[in-house]
Design a protein around this ligand. Structure first.
Ligand SMILES: C[S@@+](CC[C@H](N)C(=O)[O-])C[C@H]1O[C@@H](n2cnc3c(N)ncnc32)[C@H](O)[C@@H]1O
Length: 232
């Protein structure tokens, strides 16, 4: 495994090599890569499995934020095919693929921005998100996590699997590069782009706690996603 110094060195080299690569709008990014998306994500196999296993056994109704083609849902339904799912995603093409794979399941798909979509109140046993929220700033997450909190029933679970920055330097570096690229390309503040700006574990769980959650468990898998189990 790489040391933090080696990891940062490689990241800086990659950022320098891709300095002239333009940012892509979020949904367009996934539409262009849909043909090999699932194969590309197969390196996360172990994390998807752990994520599915981390969902409480009594979960009946769940909301998936940024569900894409449903790689996490494939594993969750393998465990319990009766779970009712509402999947929210910006990208219609990703949702169509999810529907194709799981036409036999209790599934509602919503093609909308999860910052805008009304999650309701006391509505879900679990709200989950895998590898979607690392594209957003802390202030955007604060609003979203409060909305997640109120939408869960008492004792409900927010299960988050995501890319976590290894240190403050990585978090700040990626955020600065993203901001600079946005400014250079004149991208409007309300336009979502595909560029990773993960937070450190301390900052990510800090926002969850501030939103009212109790952090029950963190499964920190350095070669995959970090999985955070937070309880209302
Ligand atoms: C890396 S994919 C992960 C998809 C799926 N969870 C998985 O692990 O295969 C990120 C997904 O988040 C969606 N997404 C990003 N920002 C979003 C937003 N603001 N509202 C809804 N979906 C969003 C993207 O369209 C994309 O499908």
């Amino acid at each position: 495994m790489k040391s933090t110094a080696e990891y940062l060195q490689d990241l800086k080299k990659w950022l320098a090599d891709t300095a002239d690569t333009p940012l892509e709008e979020m949904a367009d990014f996934f539409i262009r890569r849909l043909h090999d998306y699932e194969e590309h994500m197969s390196v996360w196999e172990q994390s998807y499995q752990i994520f599915a296993e981390s969902l409480p056994a009594d979960c009946r109704k769940l909301l998936d934020l940024g569900c894409g083609t449903g790689l996490e849902l494939d594993r969750i339904w393998r465990k319990d095919p009766q779970i009712e799912v509402t999947g929210v995603d910006l990208c219609r093409d990703m949702l169509d693929k999810l529907q194709e794979k799981h036409s036999d399941k209790k599934l509602v798909t919503v093609c909308e921005d999860y910052f805008q979509f009304d999650f309701g109140r006391d509505a879900w046993d679990a709200v989950i998100s895998f590898e979607s929220l690392h594209h957003f700033l802390p202030e955007q997450k604060e609003m979203l996590y409060q909305k997640v909190y109120h939408s869960l029933r008492d004792g409900g679970v927010f299960l988050l699997g995501d890319y976590i920055a290894c240190c403050d330097e990585e978090e700040e570096l990626l955020r600065d590069v993203c901001l600079k690229k946005r400014q250079e390309q004149g991208i409007a503040a309300d336009c979502f782009v595909h560029f990773d700006i993960p937070l450190t574990l301390e900052h990510e769980t800090g926002i969850m706690k501030k939103s009212g959650f109790h952090i029950e468990k963190v499964l920190d898998n350095p070669d995959g996603a970090t999985i955070m189990i937070a309880r209302k």
